[in-house]
Write a protein of this length. Structure first.
Length: 72
């Protein structure tokens, strides 16, 4: 009887040990997202480029109508 109980006890320990370690350890990492902000002095190139184009268009505006009337 002792042999049967010891065999059953050993079998139950073997099965329970394999089930308890079946998944392996679970590691939970605390992940925080780091957001890098742009400095406030960063305007960008596009507004400067658009401003230069507008100023150039105004300065290079030719009034061809006035020249034709003066020449007549």
């Amino acid at each position: 009887m002792k042999k049967v109980l010891s065999v059953l006890f050993a079998a139950s320990l073997g099965l329970s040990a394999s089930m308890s370690h079946a998944g392996g350890p679970v590691v939970v990492e605390d992940v925080e997202e780091v957001v890098v902000e742009k400095p406030a002095s960063s305007i960008g190139v596009l507004p400067l480029l658009l401003g230069a184009i507008i100023i150039g268009a105004v300065l290079l505006n030719n009034d061809d109508d006035d020249e034709e009337e003066v020449g007549r």
